[in-house]
Design a protein around this ligand. Structure first.
Ligand code: HPA
Length: 235
């Protein structure tokens, strides 16, 4: 038990997939894992542990934003011996160079967030994925002939804003898209010597307002989920 996770000690696997949404965690557990067990549902944030191709894997939600993933990933790394977290999520593309359904492996997470500085005295405004998961995602995608774009991504605390101008931090680091969690995940992993990567599906293209529709959303995330699972079992 940790403050925000009620799983019994030992009931979470060393390698985890982390979508933002608890219902997506449930869907992954029900569709892909065998012998999946619900191990925590504190705050309706579901964590499951089961087997994928014979390998023990957990899947659990991060919630939205750095504050939320900062809490869950810290408790998982420090109180449940989790070694590897692959965040799987969606992002908004900043330019029309990226299209709906593109898969992005975050090579750098740039943020205005004070999370890394105030939590761990890490002064950088851009953090790298930690450990071997980033490279492993690239290798598995290449082996499967799956297109995966490694690129810098902005991690913002803001979803709704006044202007559509490219934020300065995103321009500084040539970010192709925006999401809301990778920076805190990478900061925790860097501080704790753990592994973290972030795989994203482009769900909206900000300049054109194109979006993956609600009914397409579930199916459209399948390539990302399958790549994350295939990579997770090799870590
Ligand atoms: N902003 C932040 N996160 C996102 C977005 C966005 O526009 N789209 C999908 N995730």
């Amino acid at each position: 038990m940790s403050i925000h996770i009620s799983a019994a000690p030992g009931s979470i696997a060393a390698t985890m997939l982390m979508p933002g949404d608890p219902l997506r965690a449930r869907l992954i557990a029900e569709h892909y894992l065998t012998d999946a067990e619900l191990v925590s549902q504190t705050r309706n944030v579901y964590f499951y542990t089961g087997y994928y191709q014979g390998h023990r894997i957990s899947v659990g939600a991060s919630g939205m934003g750095c504050a939320s993933i900062g809490i869950y990933s810290y408790e998982l790394y420090t109180q449940y011996d989790v070694q590897n977290i692959i965040r799987i999520g969606t992002c908004g593309a900043y330019t029309t160079d990226r299209q709906l359904y593109d898969l992005i492996n975050v090579s750098l997470s740039a943020s205005e967030s004070s999370f890394a500085r105030f939590a761990w005295d890490i002064d950088d405004d851009a953090l790298l994925p930690a450990g071997n998961a980033f490279a492993a995602l690239n290798a598995v995608a290449a082996a499967n002939g799956q297109q995966l774009i490694a690129a810098p991504v902005h991690c913002s605390d803001i979803f709704y804003r006044k202007t559509t101008d490219l934020p300065a931090i995103a321009a500084k680091h040539a970010c192709v898209a925006v999401e809301m969690e990778a920076f805190a995940l990478f900061a925790n992993a860097q501080h704790l010597g753990k592994t973290a990567a972030c795989l994203l599906t482009v769900s909206d293209v900000l300049p054109t307002h194109e979006k993956i529709s609600a009914d397409q959303r579930e199916q459209s995330l399948t390539p990302m989920i399958e790549l994350a699972l295939a990579t997770a079992i090799g870590l």
